[in-house]
Design a binder for this molecule. Structure first.
Ligand code: NI
Length: 200
């Protein structure tokens, strides 16, 4: 998909995809390349429906939002994201803006906090949407399996996090997208409880 009329902008986005593909090589706990690509698609889809905003910043922040995730990388001050942006001559105010967006995305670090900018709100919504619906379920059990967590631990995670996300969306567009993903989570939970019956 060519997002921008300007070829230079499109090249920047495709270079960012190549950069994170290299960065995430070998990682597969749900904070991997596919997650970042889905967050990018979610974020751009939301941005196109919301009032005009800096779509390039939204796209880059979404693609780079886990590039310095502390669970995967030992970097400070968004070094991986900055390295990419600096090497592509993005101006320094814009780099700071993108890093501010990235730092406002994390669920655990930002519980209850709303990003200041519309761009930040959009990327946060996009990341949260990827923890809902069928993808959210798949990611929960993939993570649980990797960390030796029994299935019921995954179900607990639904109640601690996934089911709360619907009410934490910032934008109207994401609130609408979250509805059907939330409904699917509830449908899955009901079936799980029905089939997880240990009594004969
Ligand atoms: Ni994420």
């Amino acid at each position: 998909m060519n997002l921008f009329a300007d070829e230079k902008q499109n090249k920047l986005i495709s270079d960012a995809k190549d950069y994170i593909a290299k960065l995430f090589e070998g990682h597969s706990d749900g904070h991997d390349l596919d997650h970042s690509l889905r967050v990018f698609v979610n974020a751009v889809s939301i941005a196109l429906k919301e009032p005009p905003c800096d779509i390039e910043a939204v796209a880059l922040a979404a693609l780079l939002h886990d590039a310095d995730d502390h669970k995967l990388f030992d970097t400070v001050n968004n070094q991986n994201a900055r390295t990419f942006l600096e090497s592509h001559d993005v101006d320094s105010d814009k780099i700071d803006f993108i890093c501010t967006i990235i730092n406002s995305v994390s669920f655990s670090r930002n519980r209850g906090k709303t990003p200041d900018s519309l761009e930040g709100k959009i990327v946060q919504d996009a990341d949260r949407l990827d923890a809902m619906g069928a993808i959210g379920i798949a990611r929960t059990f993939a993570y649980g399996g990797k960390h030796g967590r029994p299935l019921d631990g995954g179900i607990e995670h639904f109640h601690e996090k996934l089911l709360l996300l619907k009410d934490e969306m910032n934008t109207q567009t994401a609130r609408e997208l979250a509805e059907s993903r939330h409904a699917f989570l509830e449908e899955f939970l009901a079936r799980y409880e029905e089939e997880n019956n240990m009594d004969i």
